[in-house]
Design a protein around this ligand. Structure first.
Ligand code: CMP
Length: 227
């Protein structure tokens, strides 16, 4: 059984004490997924949500012709799959395990009963949905107003922040990411991303090798997004 202490680290439950979470912990079911395994597809019917214990989950949407756009990459402590439980619709997006992943599944009836008993969790869940809406607004603004090279520079700056080690102060920053993955994050074709990477490479801002982008001039990358 999962510890109630772990559940206090999950943002939607963070206002509760371990003793309030004890009854819920007995209802969670541990599930394991392999790297690349799809947990559910967009438009699937839904009966449970998940809390990530280990690994990362990619949330994406797919066009009719099979192109993919990533909406978020979620980490341990994050939950996903709550939207379809709350509005009774099908899945709004696809969830895929980025690495070997462990989740705790919480079934609709148990989640709804817990929400009725703990209104503070309703407030925290609203806050989670609001932050997801804000990040989508930001993404929509970027897609509408910025060209692909600028969006790519913004994305690379975020990745640089995530992957910069303490020792990297001023030095090159290695981002372990292939062009297909970067294209899904930016919302552009792989070919367009490849062209944008080439132009930044010619400017001496970065270099690329197999599944790796090395940012060599962070200041110049920052200038690409400030206008
Ligand atoms: P649900 O619609 O049940 O299934 C897909 C899940 O992906 C959804 O619930 C949310 O948990 C999650 N999700 C959908 N859109 C976003 C987003 N923009 N940012 C982060 N997570 C999302």
């Amino acid at each position: 059984m999962v510890s109630a202490n772990f559940l206090t680290t999950v943002p939607i439950f963070s206002n509760l004490k371990p003793e309030d979470l004890e009854p819920l912990s007995g209802k969670l079911r541990r599930r394991g997924y392999q790297k690349g395994e799809v947990i559910f597809h967009q438009d699937d019917p839904a009966d449970r949500m998940h809390i990530i214990v280990e690994g990362n989950i990619r949330i994406s949407i797919t066009s009719d012709d099979g192109r993919e756009k990533d909406l978020a990459v979620l980490q341990p402590g994050d939950c996903f799959g709550e939207m379809a439980l709350l509005d009774g619709s099908n899945r709004s997006a696809t969830a895929t395990a980025v690495d070997p992943t462990q989740t705790l599944a919480l079934y609709r009836e148990d989640f709804m009963e817990f929400l009725r008993e703990h209104p503070e969790v309703v407030a925290q869940t609203t806050s989670l949905l609001t932050s997801r809406l804000r990040s989508v607004n930001q993404m929509l603004g970027d897609m509408a107003f910025l060209d692909v090279p600028t969006r790519m520079a913004k994305q690379l700056l975020e990745l640089a922040q995530a992957y910069a080690g303490e020792e990297a102060q001023g030095g090159p920053i290695e981002v372990p990411m292939g062009q297909d993955q970067l294209a899904r994050l930016v919302g552009a074709s792989r070919e367009t991303i490849s062209r944008a990477l080439n132009s930044y490479r010619r400017l001496g801002i970065l270099s690329t090798s197999h599944r790796r982008i090395t940012i060599t001039d962070l200041k110049a990358l920052e200038r690409m997004v400030s206008f």
